[in-house]
Design a protein around this ligand. Structure first.
Ligand SMILES: [Zn+2]
Length: 190
């Protein structure tokens, strides 16, 4: 399969959530790199929507990247943040009404919370631009809360970043198995 991975935000220009001297854009990037490596190791093609640091805070190019490449799946990687530091855990979003988006979100939510033992905040719908404008099943995963000290420890540790990337790759394979059951002609060339 062809999986387009979108590290949320864009580096110093638009860092996303910031806490404890860390910024979300960098963390998203490392998790995305590990997810890409794990997917390639499993024989998939993977593409990142951005380089490590870019001067672009727009969103349109992310879905365009997936659409032009004719990706089978789109996965946007983010970290959450809240004023209440107790808020923690993982949640995954899909576009309302997208059946396969919901299935992919469920696979990712399960694999992430299972591997990382984070609080399971569930699968949710949202009208995010990156989900709305992508032509393939698309999800946005909020891996954990950068504003929560325990989640932050996980998010900023490179071994844990690799484990999150691996969980995403395992979720993609789970999704592929489920999808093949429903439509044997899908992904018939693999
Ligand atoms: Zn974000």
């Amino acid at each position: 399969m062809k999986i387009c991975i979108d590290p949320g935000h864009s580096g110093p220009f638009e860092p996303g959530a910031c806490a404890g001297g860390f910024n979300e854009a960098d963390i998203n990037w490392y998790i995305a790199k590990f997810a890409m490596a794990e997917l390639k190791y499993r024989g998939h093609q993977a593409l990142l929507t951005r380089g490590k640091k870019i001067d672009n805070d727009e969103l349109a190019f992310r879905a365009e990247c997936a659409n032009e490449w004719q990706a089978d799946l789109f996965i946007s990687i983010h970290c959450n943040s809240a004023a209440r530091i107790e808020a923690d855990g993982t949640e995954t979003y899909y576009y309302p009404g997208s059946r396969w988006g919901e299935q992919l979100a469920r696979c990712i939510q399960f694999c992430m919370t299972d591997a990382m033992l984070t609080e399971d905040r569930g699968v949710k719908t949202a009208d995010f631009q990156v989900l709305r404008e992508t032509l393939c099943p698309a999800v946005l995963v909020e891996c954990g809360f950068l504003s929560n000290p325990l989640d932050r420890e996980m998010l900023t540790d490179s071994l844990e970043q690799w484990r999150m990337g691996a969980a995403i790759a395992v979720a993609v394979e789970d999704f592929q198995k489920i999808r093949k059951k429903f439509n044997p002609l899908a992904f018939a060339d693999e």
